[in-house]
Design a protein around this ligand. Structure first.
Ligand code: HCA
Ligand code: CU
Length: 371
């Protein structure tokens, strides 16, 4: 299988999430963690404030393995800021849908085309690698979209980002959007997809099927409005489903999520895939019975592989098997009668007083009750 790369935009898109604004120390810490985790590119925008410019400079100086992509508008003045930061990679975005051209930018298609080409030429003439983002490309007039992509390819663009800026595409629509561009140009493509209707992760992978080789993520999916695909889901899907040869340290995923929680007080909802607190909890008695023999019966990926923990929830659904197991954990004598009695007792437990214990693996005898 071919490698699909990851660009993490926690420091750019992520900071556009309500309630997120990192200090420079935090930005540097996040960049180090993402680099150690194994993403290919880290995006940050130096144009939004002096603070961000300082952070961008400092992060670029760290000499991380990942490329640092300096994000800004398709304007010479923004490219100049990237140059000031000593960036090797920059990204420039320009809305190309009619709604963006008419109501946001108030420029004609001709002007947008000219600006796109000029921006790419300017960056290239200053020795920068440049990714160009055809913002709101999913709503752009298809012929104009292709015209822009061909023109910037001609101008020497290094990558093109295809964004579903308002998250309105279905997976098949995303596939067609990417395929159209894939067939028209040879430039490597990025997928940047928003989650407004909940399709972000699915659309990112449709984009891969159609030929992009880089997906944009943020930690926990934070971003403008409802955000973009979460790093955890993307990295796990790439590794386990797509067999993409990345060098991810998947066991850092929970730590990365915790880092964002610490820096922003955004807590992932409990049923969130991979990093949610319920992602590895088992509650129904039949599940419990199976898990005790082989956790893979109800777990797609072992929790330790992604830094999470397995927990057994003893409650009204535990049944006799669950009750007997709980008794053995507690070192109690158990027979059929007493297990039935305990199961009946568990039925009386209500949400909030369910008994939860980590189950490290089925051979472990010691109970660590960390509640
Ligand atoms: C933005 C728009 C953007 C850009 C994506 C990209 C989008 O907020 O600047 O540069 O790849 O969603 O279109 O995030
Ligand atoms: Cu975006």
């Amino acid at each position: 299988p071919k490698k699909i790369r990851v660009l993490d935009s926690t420091l750019r898109e992520g900071e556009q999430h309500p309630g997120v604004s990192f200090t420079n120390k935090q930005r540097i810490q996040i960049a180090w963690m993402l680099d150690y985790f194994g993403v290919d590119q880290i995006e940050i925008s130096p144009v939004v404030s002096n603070d961000h410019k300082e952070a961008t400079k400092t992060i670029i100086k760290q000499g991380l393995k990942a490329d640092i992509v300096s994000h800004g508008r398709a304007l010479k003045e923004d490219i100049d800021i990237s140059l000031d930061c000593d960036a090797k990679w920059c990204a420039a975005y320009l809305g190309i849908s009619d709604i963006h051209l008419k109501d946001k930018l108030r420029i004609s298609r001709e002007e947008a085309l000219r600006r796109s080409v000029e921006t790419v030429e300017y960056a290239k003439s200053h020795g920068l690698k440049i990714r160009f983002t055809v913002e709101d490309g999913s709503r752009a007039e298809p012929e104009f979209l292709i015209k822009v992509c061909k023109a910037i390819e001609e101008a020497g663009v290094d990558r093109i980002s295809l964004p579903d800026t308002v998250g309105i595409l279905r997976p098949i629509g995303m596939y067609n959007f990417v395929k159209k561009v894939r067939d028209a140009v040879d430039v490597p493509l990025d997928a940047h997809v928003h989650n407004d209707i909940g399709f972000a992760v699915a659309n990112a992978f449709s984009a891969c099927d159609a030929g992009v080789d880089q997906i944009h993520t943020t930690i926990d999916g934070i971003g403008e409005r409802t955000g973009i695909p979460p790093l955890a889901e993307v990295a796990v899907a790439l590794t386990y489903l797509y067999k993409s040869p990345n060098d991810f340290r998947l066991d850092m995923l929970l730590d990365l999520s915790r880092l964002i929680e610490e820096y922003t007080s955004i807590k992932p909802y409990d049923s969130k895939p991979i990093v949610g607190s319920s992602a590895y909890k088992h509650k129904a008695g039949t599940h419990l019975a199976a898990i005790l023999r082989n956790p893979a019966a109800y777990e797609p990926i072992p929790p330790r592989a992604v830094g999470n923990r397995r927990r057994i929830v003893f409650g009204e659904l535990a049944g006799k098997t669950g009750a007997a197991y709980l008794m053995s954990l507690l070192g109690l004598e158990k027979d059929d009668e007493s297990a039935k009695a305990v199961a009946a007792g568990l039925k009386g437990l209500r949400m909030g007083d369910l008994i939860e214990i980590p189950l490290e693996d089925r051979l472990e005898k010691k109970i660590i009750n960390d509640k």
